[in-house]
Write a protein that binds this ligand. Structure first.
Ligand code: GRF
Length: 192
């Protein structure tokens, strides 16, 4: 299974996938890693791992439609079976998702459909939930919507800040993403 991973920042979830592939825990081919802006650590660490990288800078395009088309073209060049949004902080168009037969996987740091959006951890804390977690799902053109594939719960501690809670969620998120990709590659999940 060939994957292209899209990142906007640090890429620690991506690093978990890279590590799982190099330790042979996970049998997928990371065809490329792409970002929506220059200078991300996600792209830097991928290049260091010898993975092809590309940037389709959102700010360099006149509008979202042009950016989407350029992103679709850049991703399609690597002929992925699955495109993974791993901390990719942009909504893509329905056309983009259709270009990859709906095989656009997203990870989110909350138990969807609760707390979608860019501040899932902060919003869950503000609401006062005692349990939150992470979700891996097939993404559609909405904000963190689409069929849920897997979830893992994480308890909220009284002592938590947004940062400490997000760090624990990300530990769960990394494992969930690697396991889900493994199951998809093995044909053990519907959708491929
Ligand atoms: C993850 O929690 C992801 O779900 C969220 O941002 C975080 C990205 O972390 N949207 P990283 O870039 O993989 O370290």
């Amino acid at each position: 299974m060939r994957i292209v991973v899209l990142v906007s920042g640090t890429g620690s979830n991506l690093q978990a996938v890279i590590d799982a592939v190099s330790s042979k825990e996970l049998t997928v081919e990371i065809a490329a890693v792409g970002a929506d802006r220059e200078g991300t650590y996600g792209v830097e660490r991928s290049a260091a791992a010898g993975i092809p990288t590309f940037v389709v800078d959102f700010k360099a395009y006149a509008d979202r439609a042009n950016w989407n088309a350029a992103l679709a073209e850049a991703v399609a060049a690597y002929a992925p079976d699955v495109v993974v949004s791993s901390g990719f902080m942009r909504i893509v168009s329905a056309d983009f998702i259709a270009a990859f037969n709906g095989r656009y996987l997203n990870t989110h740091p909350a138990l969807l459909p609760a707390f979608p959006g860019a501040h899932g951890v902060r919003d869950a804390m503000a609401y006062g939930v005692k349990v939150t977690g992470c979700t891996v799902h097939w993404a559609d053109a909405g904000v963190d919507t689409g069929p849920i594939i897997a979830q893992e719960a994480v308890a909220v501690l009284d002592s938590d800040t947004e940062e400490t809670l997000h760090e624990r969620i990300k530990v769960a998120e990394r494992g969930l993403l690697v396991r889900t990709l493994g199951e998809l590659a093995a044909g053990a999940l519907p959708g491929l």
